[in-house]
Design a protein around this ligand. Structure first.
Ligand SMILES: Nc1ncnc2c1ncn2[C@@H]1O[C@H](COP(=O)(O)OP(=O)(O)OP(=O)(O)O)[C@@H](O)[C@H]1O
Ligand SMILES: [Mg+2]
Length: 467
C-alpha cells in the first residue's frame, strides 16, 4: 500500500459529515467509498479490500464498536478508526482495546481530520512493512539462504531475485552486461559474481575505474604502450584488455569516459582488437565486457555526452540494482549478514540486535545504500563492547528514522548540530524521568541510569525547575 494511494471506507449516518470526510479523502487522492450504516459498510468490505475504515460510533443498527468487532473477526488486516463524541473517553479506550488503530473526537476540523488520516496511513504502511519483513525472514531461514546467496550478495526481494535470474542467464554467455544503480548498491559485487559464475571463472577478472584516470593515462592503462611511446614510458606495458584475455574486464564508471575514449572503446567492443599506444601491431583479445555506471546514460546520450552506438554495444544485457530504500525488506537480512561477517573478521564475540534498533535501521532511507549500511555497522562493531545493539547505540540520524520520539522536526530544528540535538534529547529524557517519578531525584536518576549527583548537575544545566 502506498500512503498516497490507500483504500478508505467511511461509515457515517450523518450525510453532511460523511460527504465532508469523503471529499477530504478524495482530495488527498485516496480511493474512497462510503456507507451510511454498518450493514452497508460490511457489504462493501465483502466485495473489496480496504486499508482503513473510518466509522462513527453512534449509528442506527450496528454501532461503531460492534462493527469494529466484526471487522477484526472477518477482515483482520483492515484497520479501523472510530469517531467518538466529546467526553466519551471510555468508549475510545474500549475501541483501542478491541483493536482500533485510533479514534478521533467530534467535532474536528477539516485540517485535523486530514492530518489524522495522513499519520494513520503512515503507521499502517509501517505495520505492513514490518509484518512482511518478519515473514520474509522466516522464509529465508528455511530455504532461501543457499539458493539466493550468490557470492555474498544478500537480498531476497523480487527486485534482487530478478537480478539473480539475469545474472545466472548471462553468466553462461559472452554478452556485454551493463550494470546500473546508485552508488553503493552493489554493482561491483554483481560484476564479480557474474565472472565467478561464468565459464571464464578461472581466468582473470580485471577491473578498471574509467572515471578516475585522465584520457592519456586511461588509454595506456586499457591498451598498454610500447617503450618510448610517451615521456615516462620507459618500458613496454601490457594493457588491461590484454591482461583480461580469456577472462572478463570490468569497465567501472563507464559514464565518465570522454568522447575520444568512447570511440576507442567502441572499436574494441566491435572488432575485439586494438593497438598499444605507440605501436602499429594489432592485438586481438577474447574478453567479456562488464560495465557499470551510476549515471543515467540515456540523459548523457541526449546531452550528446555519451555515444549511442557504444551504449547499444554495452547495453546488450542491462542489470538494474535498486536503491536500498526501495527494498527495505532486505535490510534485516543485510544487517544480520554484516554483523556476522564483521564480528568474525574482527574476532569479536557474536552480537545481537534488538527489534527496535532493527526497526530504525529499516526505516532509514540510506542515501549511500548498502555501502553506507555496511560502514555504519563496521563502526558500531569496532566501537561497542556490548553483545546487544540497541536503539541507543545507533547514530542519531538512524536513531531518529521513523521514530515518534525523535521526530523529523527535531532534525529540522537542529539540522546536523549534534550537541544541540543531544542536549535537547537529554533535557526531554530528564523531564520525562522527573515526571514519572513525581520529582523524586534518586528514582529519576536510577531510571536514567546516572548518578544522582550528575542528575542535580544536569537539572541545573537545563534549568529544569524541580522542588
Ligand atoms: N546485496 C549485497 N549483499 C551484500 N553486500 C553488498 C550488497 N550490495 C553491496 N554490498 C556491499 O556494499 C559495498 C558496496 O558495494 P559495491 O562496491 O559493489 O557498490 P557499487 O554499486 O559499485 O558502488 P559505487 O557506485 O559507489 O562504486 C561493498 O562492500 C559490497 O560488498
Ligand atoms: Mg563500484
Amino acid at each position: 500500500m502506498e500512503t498516497n494511494l490507500a483504500k478508505i471506507l467511511i461509515i457515517e449516518d450523518n450525510d453532511t459529515m460523511r460527504e465532508g470526510m469523503a471529499a477530504i479523502v478524495g482530495k488527498m487522492k485516496h480511493e474512497c467509498q462510503s456507507a451510511s450504516n454498518g450493514v452497508d459498510g460490511l457489504k462493501l468490505m465483502a466485495k473489496k479490500s480496504f486499508d482503513l475504515v473510518v466509522t462513527d460510533y453512534k449509528m442506527e443498527g450496528i454501532n461503531g464498536l460492534e462493527l469494529l468487532r466484526q471487522i477484526k473477526k472477518s477482515y483482520p488486516p483492515i484497520e479501523v478508526m472510530i469517531i467518538t463524541a466529546y467526553g466519551t473517553i471510555e468508549l475510545a479506550v474500549e475501541a483501542m482495546k478491541l483493536g482500533a488503530i485510533d479514534f478521533i473526537t467530534k467535532p474536528f476540523s477539516h485540517d485535523e481530520f486530514k492530518l489524522k488520516i495522513e499519520r494513520l496511513l503512515e503507521r499502517i504502511q509501517e505495520r505492513k512493512e514490518l509484518a512482511r519483513i518478519s515473514e520474509e525472514n522466516i522464509y529465508l531461514r528455511d530455504e532461501l539462504e543457499q539458493q539466493f546467496n550468490y557470492s555474498e550478495i544478500i537480498g531476497n526481494t523480487k527486485a534482487m531475485q530478478n537480478v539473480y535470474r539475469t545474472m545466472q542467464k548471462v553468466a553462461e554467455t559472452d554478452s556485454s552486461v551493463l550494470i546500473y544503480g546508485e552508488s553503493g548498491t552493489g554493482k561491483e559485487l554483481v560484476a564479480r559474481a557474474i565472472h565467478k559464475l561464468s565459464p571464464r571463472k578461472n581466468k582473470p577478472f580485471i577491473r578498471i575505474n574509467c572515471g578516475a584516470l585522465a584520457d592519456s593515462l586511461l588509454e595506456s592503462e586499457l591498451f598498454g604502450h610500447e617503450k618510448g611511446a610517451f615521456t615516462g614510458a620507459v618500458k613496454r606495458k601490457q594493457g588491461r584488455f590484454e591482461l583480461a584475455h580469456l577472462g572478463s574486464i570490468f569497465l567501472d564508471e563507464i559514464g565518465d569516459v570522454s568522447p575520444n575514449m568512447q570511440l576507442k572503446l567502441l572499436r574494441v567492443l566491435q572488432e575485439k582488437e586494438f593497438e598499444r599506444v605507440g605501436s602499429e601491431e594489432t592485438i586481438q583479445v577474447d574478453v567479456r565486457i562488464l560495465a557499470a555506471t551510476n549515471k543515467n546514460l540515456s540523459d548523457l546520450i541526449q546531452q550528446g555526452k555519451f555515444r549511442e552506438d557504444l551504449f547499444y554495444r554495452l547495453h546488450i544485457i542491462p542489470i538494474y540494482l535498486p536503491p536500498l530504500r526501495e527494498r527495505k525488506q532486505d535490510i534485516p537480512l543485510l544487517v544480520n549478514h554484516f554483523i556476522k561477517k564483521l564480528t568474525t573478521a574482527m574476532n569479536k564475540p557474536a552480537k545481537q540486535i534488538t527489534e527496535a534498533a532493527m526497526k530504525r535501521l529499516t526505516s532509514y532511507h540510506w542515501p549511500g545504500n548498502v555501502r553506507e549500511l555496511e560502514n555504519l555497522l563496521e563502526r558500531m562493531i569496532v566501537l561497542s563492547d556490548q553483545d546487544v545493539i540497541d536503539v541507543w547505540d545507533l547514530p542519531i540520524l538512524q536513531m531518529a528514522a521513523g521514530s515518534e520520539m525523535l521526530p523529523n522536526d527535531l532534525l529540522d530544528r537542529f539540522h546536523l548540530d549534534l550537541n544541540a540535538m543531544l542536549a535537547a534529547v537529554e533535557k526531554q529524557l530528564i523531564e520525562k524521568a522527573m515526571n514519572e517519578t513525581a520529582g523524586n531525584k534518586s528514582q529519576a536518576a536510577k531510571l536514567l541510569g546516572i548518578q544522582t549527583s550528575l542528575l542535580y548537575y544536569k537539572l541545573d544545566k537545563h534549568k529544569i525547575i524541580s522542588n
